[in-house]
Ligand binder design. Structure first.
Ligand code: FE
Length: 274
């Protein structure tokens, strides 16, 4: 295997979003504004309710998908079409906003840790105005693959022939890799996929580079990835086939042209996203 090296390694950037939720941003920053098809990747991890209870009240999305993955805590989801859901620890939600939704994402934790990730995945032009769709995936519906050294939770994409939980619109890999002891995780996927890891806990090593919790490492091209970990090492491996289309984005709208962004605002104001 021509092992992928680390092209860029950075610490996540502290910021706030929603109604003042403190988070760490990995994609959607000045350094990594876009890694086709990934538009944004945030970690919210806080044990102080003041830093998260205000949540993400009612806001629109159009033109892409949001993928939420919870490590600890609970998040209540609701949208303007009457869809509802409760994301519990270990669950995932793959929301295809497509032509538009207006939703809220509110923490239910009054005490203790709220810890999760949100990834934005772009949609190709021909799916941007398709019908919105939800995949609410409870913890027990996320397939796991276990060896003596690690456990992999398969949110999306196949590992060793075992398919992941979510149906994706374009090829996407989303694995939660939890090392149980010293070991090496390897996975091969097409060399044109953009790929990254985020350190969740502990530290791990990729091609001689140390990846610590709170880091993002973007991979260079290659046949596959090799990650050395030990007890306590936990990482998200996220990779996808690039879409390769022009991106026009403004806040919660991600389209192909500026005109389509203006249209999204006009449609939102006219109540057409609800
Ligand atoms: Fe949202």
């Amino acid at each position: 295997m021509n092992e992928r090296k680390v092209a860029t390694k950075l610490a996540g950037q502290n910021t706030t979003d929603g109604a003042g939720v403190r988070l760490k941003r990995f994609i959607g920053t000045n350094e990594i504004s876009f890694l086709d098809p990934f538009l944004l990747l945030d970690e919210f991890k806080n044990d102080d309710p003041k830093a998260y209870m205000a949540g993400f009240p009612s806001h629109p999305h159009r033109g892409f998908e949001t993928v939420s993955y919870m490590i600890e805590g609970r998040m209540r989801h609701g949208d303007s079409r009457g869809n509802k859901g409760l994301l519990t620890a270990g669950s995932a939600q793959w929301m295809t906003a497509a032509k538009g939704i207006i939703h809220s994402e509110m923490p239910e934790m009054e005490n203790g840790m709220l810890w999760g990730y949100q990834l934005w995945v772009n949609l190709p032009a021909d799916l941007k105005m398709s019908e919105p769709k939800y995949q609410d995936i409870p913890p027990e519906k996320i397939p796991e693959f276990e060896t003596d050294d690690f456990k992999v939770r398969l949110i999306a994409g196949s590992f060793e022939g075992k398919p992941g939980a979510a149906e994706t619109n374009t090829p996407v890999i989303y694995f939660d890799i939890i090392f149980k002891g010293e070991g090496i995780f390897e996975h091969t996927f097409p060399s044109d996929f953009n790929a990254l890891v985020v350190g969740v806990t502990g530290d791990a090593e990729i091609a001689g580079e140390k990846i610590t919790a709170g880091d993002i490492a973007v991979f260079a091209e290659g046949d596959g990835v090799r990650i050395s970990g030990k007890e306590g090492s936990r990482l998200l491996l996220i990779a996808a086939q690039p879409i390769g289309e022009p991106v026009a984005r403004y806040g919660p709208f991600v389209m192909n042209t500026k005109e389509e962004i203006y249209q999204a605002f006009a449609d939102y104001e006219a109540g057409k996203l609800a």
